[in-house]
Design a protein around this ligand. Structure first.
Ligand code: ATR
Length: 282
């Protein structure tokens, strides 16, 4: 890491827990790579300390902050402005300190979409997308997916009412509609991209699949937000059946890349950031 001095701009991530976070490794590498005089640390902030932590950001003049579980929703009440994407996601994961005004963004959804386009499907316009799951992670990506102009986004969830509730929060222009669980197989058969946002398949339950991968069309994209393991059982089986696959690590890398870009106004050194994260797994 580069030398810190009295000009160093400060950044960090707040969460509870936070010691597992790979964001410091990734963002400090980005600062080093680009020569930005910045430093990034992880702060363990309990829910009852959230207001003080944000007051500290203002008082100490931190330039930016990432926000992770469990603060992504509650933090919004402490900010001066919330971006459209963060409002649609109902959560903030990135704060920019713009001359004393704290602005909340959500880079998870746009980070996911940028990774999907870079790594699996460059053009989502006119495509049919199935999204499985209707929790926080799903809500986080729906707005960003809709910005790409797909033909339809079909949302299915084990608890169907939740899918209908989430879909109805978006205007019809977004072409997001909920489907009953029993229509999922038919929807997958005609989908270009099928995305798992549920926790099914996450370590330690690495053999579980959220749906039968044989429902997917060969050549279509199977995408999973999970990155532990890097290749879930859903992706492994879909790949064997001739699908293109896309894992969740890119979402993490690109949400950090967008945060870096919002904070510095410079393009993020994505390859170096990915390398730093991959090296930390070994
Ligand atoms: P996250 O923020 O990761 O999205 P969440 O808000 O708790 O977490 O949402 C978890 C999602 O995974 C939900 O869509 C949940 O479905 P339900 O609404 O029916 O609970 C889904 N999920 C979790 N375990 C599941 C399972 N075994 N089968 C199908 N869906 C599951």
């Amino acid at each position: 890491m580069q030398r810190l001095d009295s000009h160093t701009a400060l950044f960090g991530v707040i969460g509870d827990p936070v010691r597992h976070s790979k964001s410091p490794i990734m963002l400090n590498r980005a600062f080093g790579e680009t020569g930005v005089n910045g430093a990034y640390a992880a702060f363990h902030v309990k829910p009852e300390q959230l207001a003080q932590a944000i007051a500290g950001v203002r008082g100490l003049g931190f330039k930016g902050l990432n926000v992770t579980i469990p603060h992504k929703i509650e933090v919004m009440a402490h900010l001066d402005e919330i971006s459209e994407g963060a409002k649609a996601a109902g959560a903030v994961n990135t704060i920019v300190n713009d001359g004393g005004r704290l602005i909340g963004y959500n880079t998870d959804g746009i980070g996911y979409v940028r990774s999907l386009k870079e790594e699996a499907e460059p053009d989502l316009a006119g495509k049919t997308i199935v999204v499985l799951g209707a929790g926080g992670a799903s809500r986080g990506i729906l707005w960003a997916l809709a910005q790409e102009g797909p033909k339809a986004i079909l949302l299915a969830n084990r608890t169907e009412a939740k899918a209908f509730e989430v879909a109805s929060a978006f205007s019809p222009d977004y072409r997001i509609s909920a489907i009953p669980w029993e229509e999922l197989q038919a929807a997958c058969a005609s989908a270009d991209v099928v995305i798992n946002t549920t926790s099914v398949g996450m370590s330690p339950n690495v053999d579980a699949v959220p749906l039968d991968p044989s429902w997917l069309k060969p050549g279509s994209v199977a995408s999973d937000l999970i990155y532990n393991p890097l290749k879930t059982a859903f992706l492994r089986q879909a790949e064997q059946l001739g699908c293109r696959i896309h894992g969740g690590l890119g979402m993490f890398i690109y949400q950090g890349a967008y945060a870096f870009e919002y904070w510095t106004g410079q393009p993020a050194p994505v390859a170096a950031m990915r390398e730093a994260v991959m090296a930390s797994f070994n």
